[in-house]
Design a protein around this ligand. Sequence first.
Ligand code: PEP
Ligand code: MN
Length: 340
Amino acid sequence: MVFVLKPGVPQQKIERFIQKIESWGFQTFLSTGTEHTVICLIGNTATIDLDSVVQMNDIIEYGKRVTEPYKAVNRTVHPEDTMVNAGNVPIGNGMFQVISGPCSVESEEQIIEVAKSVKASGATMLRGGAFKPRTSPYAFMGLGKEGLQLLLAAKRETGLPIVTEVMNQTQLPLFEDIDVLQVGARNMQNFDLLREVGRYNKPVLLKRGLANTLEELLMSAEYIMSEGNSQVILCERGIRTFETSTRNTLDLSAVPLLKQKTHLPVIVDPSHAAGIRVLVAPLARAAVAVGADGLMIETHNDPAQARSDGAQSLNLAQFEVLMEDLKRRIEFEGKHIGTA
Ligand code: PEP
Ligand code: MN
C-alpha cells in the first residue's frame, strides 16, 4: 500500500503520520521525489481500510493498494485453476458444467419433468429455488422445506447434483443433503451468511451482487475461504446499469478479469442478466467464448405458467437446442462437460 502526500506537507506532519502507521505494526519506506512524497507500507495491509485512512489524514493526496486485499482467492498465491466438486461433478480447471432448472420449485411433477429433460439435453446439475428472495413481500416465496424435499426427489430420479439458494444461516441445517449452497446476488455481502457457509464442507455458488465490484465479489469469496471452505464458484449474473431494456447488464468482461485475478471457477447466469428469453442463448454462447467455466440457465416445462421468472426461462425444447450448440463450443474451447 502506498500513500502519495500532498505537495508541501511539513516534515513534522509526515513524521507523525509515519509514527502512527508504524504503531499499527507496519514498516514504512519513504520516497521523497522532486514533486511528490510517497510512503510505502510493508506488511500484510489486508486489515487496513484504505479509504478511511485517506479521509482521516489530510496530508494524503491519495492512497493505492499495490497488492490486492484478498489472499486466499488470489491467483498469485494459487496459480493453478481450482476444481470444485459438486457431488460427483467437477467444475473448473478445464471442466465446464451447465446448471439448469426452474427459477422456483413448484411441484413434484414440474421439478421431475424438468430434471429429466435437462439431464437428457446435457445439463449436469439441477437448480431450483425453494427459498426465494423476492422484491415484493406479496410474491411467491417458494415452497421452502418442501421445495428442498422435491429437489432431493429429483436428484434420486436423475442423479443430478442439486444447487439451491440458502437465504440465511438459520436455514442451513435443512441443506444437509443439498450439493451446492447458492448465495444469491442480494446476499453477496451478508457477511454472517458468508462466514457460516464457509464453515460448511460444501461447495458454495456465490452470485455477484447487483451493484458490486469484482473486488467486492472476491472479498466475499475471501470471507468463505477464510473460514476454511475453498470450494467456491463465482457467478456473474448481470449488474444494474442505466440500461433498462434488459433486466440487468451482463458484464462479460468480468469473466476473463476474474479468471486473471482468482483461481476459482467462474460461471455465467445469462437468464437473470437478460430477463428476456431470446437473449439467453446468445449470451450463453458469449459466456463460453470469454472463458466461463459453466452456465446457470433457467428452464421450465411451461414458462408461461411459471410462478417466477417465466419471461427469462427457456422451455425444455429450447434448452435442448441450445445445449447441442453449446457442446460444440465448449469442446472448441478445449473444455469438457460432464464427469470425466
Ligand atoms: C436465482 O438464481 O434464483 C436468483 C434469485 O438469482 P440472483 O440472486 O442472481 O438474482
Ligand atoms: Mn429466477
